[in-house]
Design a protein around this ligand. Structure first.
Ligand code: PLP
Length: 418
């Protein structure tokens, strides 16, 4: 796909302080304090280049795609399809036809569960997921199991350390049709060895889906290297607009998968009685798509590759490990997830402080955290907690913001001790 190669990177380490200036939203006070945005696992902020691309699309190019013969429709169609080609390069799919645009990770999983799942999963078949899945990669499989009589199985998580117990993986794969797992846990910061796991699954003829919601914007994600059949991601967690995302599906599998929604854009011919539909990605994209979302997503992928995803990954890991280390200095703190090799997020609990109170008090000092079950209720239950507080980082965060977090937590602890 010539012309879509990532922009060349400067050899030196990037100027992170200058990069931070690309994000206008970060430059503000909250309750009289400089904003310290540490809720990036919920959604990332958007750089000016993405905001400009959205504005330019609506100011100059907006029209409906695929149907028009006029100039604006041609431009909108070209922009929408250019984003697909860009995503194919970004995720190293074999062809753009393997990239389906969705509303996000959640819709991607539901599409696979409904379209592929209802055709290929039957009574008694196993669906294997992990105990650390986001509700988005759990509830659709529960619904599919209820409908088809399939059985759900779980790869266990080993306590607060947050690593998957893979010792019985081979055994657990027997009788299983689908293995669906997250690349990076949004509540523990665990990075799962997805390539190894998918290779073993493939050996046993098991179809695989990887939830890349937490990884796609944070490190190189290469679908061929991972060797998965499906992979899902959300644009809004990778510097792009909300309500947009993508599903990668291996070509051979998409061919055998029936459409998801029926409607315009996905058909070839329609009579009152029946219809025929397009092949490739368009079969799964009924209705007018989110053209501006595609344009913004395209700009976001360009932006991430300009910085370099390897660099973002290293920076993330440094922030994650720095935070873990600084937070471990607080006496009595309970930290979740692995100490080393973690992603750029830390979940924790302070003794005798409810996570919601902690997050509310931190907000008063300008620090945006998240407190709750992080869409991981069964995992919280297993860890014996109701909720945790979570600080999650992105490349525009700094170690001095982590120092602020630690100071604020010390004050909160004092407040509760008094
Ligand atoms: C955020 C997240 C999801 C859901 O993404 P949406 O954008 O809300 O669809 C799924 N899995 C993980 C691991 C997540 O972090």
């Amino acid at each position: 796909m010539p012309g879509f190669a990532p922009a060349p990177q400067s050899p030196a380490s990037p100027d992170w302080a200058a990069i931070r200036q690309d994000f206008p939203i970060l430059n503000q006070q909250i309750h009289g304090h400089p904003l310290v945005y540490l809720d990036n696992a919920a959604t990332s902020q958007k750089p000016r280049s993405v905001l400009d691309a959205l504005r330019k699309y609506y100011e100059f190019d907006n029209a409906n795609v695929h149907r028009g013969i006029h100039e604006l429709s041609n431009r909108a169609t070209a922009a929408y399809e250019a984003a697909r080609t860009r995503a194919a390069v970004f995720f190293n799919a074999r062809t753009p036809d393997e990239i389906i645009f969705t509303r996000g990770t959640t819709e991607g999983v539901n599409l696979v569960a409904r379209s592929w799942g209802e055709k290929f999963i039957g009574k008694g078949d196993g669906i294997l997921i992990t105990e650390m899945e986001h509700h988005s990669n759990l509830v659709p499989w529960q619904m599919l199991a209820a409908k088809t009589g399939a059985r759900l199985h779980f790869l266990p998580v080993q306590g607060d350390g947050g690593l998957l117990d893979l010792s019985r993986l081979e055994e657990q794969l027997s009788g299983v049709k689908l293995l669906a797992l997250t690349h990076i846990s949004n509540s523990l910061g665990t990075v799962n060895p997805v390539a190894e796991i998918c290779a073993l699954a493939r050996k046993h003829g098991v179809t695989t889906l990887v939830d890349a919601a937490q990884s796609a914007g944070h490190r190189p994600v290469d679908v061929q290297e991972i060797g998965c059949d499906f992979l899902v991601a959300s644009s809004h967690k990778m510097c792009g607009p909300t309500g947009f995302g993508m599903l990668y599906g291996r070509g051979e599998i998409l061919e055998q998968t029936p459409p998801f929604h029926g409607g315009g854009e996905m058909i070839v011919t329609v009579s009152y009685e029946s219809s025929t539909w397009k092949s490739g990605a368009h079969k799964f994209e009924a209705g007018t798509p989110d053209m501006s979302g595609a344009v913004g997503f395209h700009a976001a992928m360009d932006y991430l590759d300009q910085i370099g995803r390897e660099r973002i990954a290293r920076h993330d890991q440094q922030l994650g490990e720095y935070a873990y280390e600084q937070l471990s200095g607080l006496s009595g703190i309970r930290l979740f997830g692995p100490a080393l090799g973690r992603a750029g997020l830390v979940s924790f609990l302070l003794p005798d402080v409810h996570a919601h109170d902690l997050v509310m008090l931190a907000d008063q000092r300008g620090v945006a955290l998240r407190g709750g079950h992080h869409c991981n209720q069964p995992l919280m239950h297993k860890l014996g907690v109701e909720s945790t507080a979570r600080a999650s980082f992105y490349f525009y965060n700094t170690t001095s913001e982590i120092d602020t977090l630690v100071e604020v937590l010390k004050d909160i602890r004092k407040f509760f001790a008094d």
